[in-house]
Design a protein around this ligand. Structure first.
Ligand SMILES: NC(=O)c1ccc[n+]([C@@H]2O[C@H](COP(=O)([O-])OP(=O)(O)OC[C@H]3O[C@@H](n4cnc5c(N)ncnc54)[C@H](OP(=O)(O)O)[C@@H]3O)[C@@H](O)[C@H]2O)c1
Length: 232
């Protein structure tokens, strides 16, 4: 295993439920995290100041904003693309706006960040790791009823990951995508109070997996789509 001490890692969606768990785990592993946040302000006490740099006002679906964010970063060890969002929307409630919003939040944010990350890795000439976040229905679209736009956008994240991993073979740049089932977040608990919360995947457990992956010294599983279903 490679130590992550003093390595620089981008976490998109780093202010969200899973993202903040990943930021905490990476800080514990000694990494310096860079978090682009769409918000205009993030409370100063949210993360340890000397280990997490938050850049506000970055909409990851805006190409110029993403390029501008990456242009100021040092050589990166890895990028974890967590930014995204969900829409429960039966087809009658899925006009173009919903489809575009889901593609923008999930696919476009991930693709733009990957593109900028690859440019950073190539400049430093040391390779790097990218971990994207897809979702369970992307691997089994039969579970995507009433969330077709979400399912299609996360399936696109999975396909993008595999295709880009193939394109970058030989450059020591690895890409994988995790496909979690329901994550145990405050929002999900509020939205589904009667569900079996014990069967949901814990953000800290996913964070552990991501830290372990980022510590791999060789890019042996690039292109992998990894189910993260917990007990569900
Ligand atoms: N929660 C689940 O059960 C579950 C299951 C499978 C997969 N996933 C995926 O896992 C990831 C994390 O989920 P989560 O529950 O932690 O979600 P979350 O708490 O809502 O966090 C998502 C983060 O992404 C940010 N974001 C969204 N669009 C953005 C944009 N255009 N530019 C910059 N930032 C943007 C959000 O910022 P704002 O909050 O300021 O908008 C937020 O910080 C998502 O990709 C989600 O689709 C979640």
């Amino acid at each position: 295993m490679r130590t992550l001490r003093d390595s620089h890692i981008v976490i998109t969606g780093g202010t969200g439920a899973l993202g903040s768990a990943v930021a905490r785990a990476l800080v514990e592993a000694g990494a310096h995290c860079h978090v682009p946040a769409i918000e205009t302000s993030v409370p100063a006490d949210r993360f340890p100041k000397d280990k997490v740099s938050v850049t506000t006002n970055i909409d990851l679906s805006d190409e110029a904003a993403v390029e501008g964010f990456y242009a100021k970063l040092p050589a990166l060890h890895g990028v974890v693309n967590i930014a995204g969002g969900f829409a429960w929307a039966p087809i009658a409630d899925s006009p173009l706006k919903v489809l575009q919003q889901q593609l923008s939040m999930n696919l476009v944010s991930c693709a733009l960040s990957c593109r900028a990350a690859v440019a950073n890795f190539r400049k430093a000439g040391q390779g790097g790791h990218i971990v994207n976040i897809s979702a369970r229905p992307a691997l089994n679209p039969r579970q995507g009823a009433n969330m077709t736009a979400y399912t299609a956008s996360k399936a696109a994240v999975a396909a993008f990951t595999v295709a880009l991993a193939e394109e970058l073979k030989g450059e020591n740049i690895s890409l994988i995508a995790l496909a979690p089932s329901t994550i145990d977040t405050p929002t999900n608990r509020k939205d589904m109070p009667k569900a079996d919360h014990a069967s949901w995947v814990k953000p800290t457990a996913i964070a552990e997996l991501i830290v372990a992956h980022l510590g791999l010294s060789e890019t042996i599983n690039s292109g992998a789509l990894i189910p993260v279903y917990g007990k569900a």
